[in-house]
Design a protein around this ligand. Structure first.
Ligand code: ZN
Ligand code: ZN
Length: 211
């Protein structure tokens, strides 16, 4: 399994392209914002001859879905996310404006929902979705059991956890969900977060000051 990391937009969000030797690929959290970022993502997919199958979101904070419209316009693939985060797509232009982002267009609506424990299969890869609310109500993480890789969005970072002071955040739920659903994974599991460098479950269990 190949994981390509792009860090996009002024919030330094990580966008991941995941694929294997079959060439089938998915994009997790298309956060490309500037034109050159969009072209960088497209070039990676096209130059490697990847067949893009799905565009999935860990959650729908705007920095993680800036690029969903571009992905739909370019590849005809609609984004997928958890139903309970759909409210975040409403009024995104106004919300982004408050934070200094001049977005021109409304957010790209979802094509379908991802439930908890759904299997996302492409090539020889299978990701399982795990619902981890707390940072926002519909936050999913995606776990590749065979490869021991976790795409953690804004739930778990190297040395930190997701903020809970945004709309419908819940600190107690976040801590409980990380403990019950993520820290039980094998310690060697590589964690690719929504911001910052990769880490492992073992490293965070040992030294994350919030857990
Ligand atoms: Zn977020
Ligand atoms: Zn984020």
């Amino acid at each position: 399994m190949t994981v390509k990391t792009f860090t996009f937009n002024p919030i330094q969000e990580n966008t991941y392209v995941v694929h294997d030797e079959t060439g089938e690929a998915i994009v997790i959290d298309a956060g490309c914002f500037y034109e050159n970022e969009k072209q960088l993502l497209k070039s990676y997919i096209d130059d490697n001859g990847l067949k893009l199958k799905r565009v999935i979101n860990t959650h729908l904070h705007f920095d993680h879905q800036f690029g969903n419209k571009f992905m739909f316009d370019t590849y005809g693939i609609l984004p997928e996310a958890h139903r309970e985060d759909e409210f975040l797509l409403k009024g995104v232009v106004a919300k982004a404006m408050i934070l200094g982002f001049p977005i021109q267009e409304d957010a790209q609506p979802l094509g379908s929902y991802i439930e908890e424990h759904q299997e996302i299969k492409f090539g020889n890869i299978c990701l399982r979705s795990i619902h981890v609310p707390g940072h926002c109500p519909g936050h999913l993480v995606f776990y590749a059991e065979k490869e021991k890789v976790l795409f953690a969005g804004d739930v778990l970072f190297r040395g930190s956890i997701g903020r809970t002071d945004l709309e419908r955040g819940d600190y107690a739920a976040l801590i409980k969900n990380i403990t019950d659903k993520l820290l039980i994974l094998p310690e060697e599991t590589v964690v690719y977060p929504g911001h910052g460098p990769a880490t492992t479950i073992g490293a965070e269990k040992k030294s994350n000051p919030y857990l």
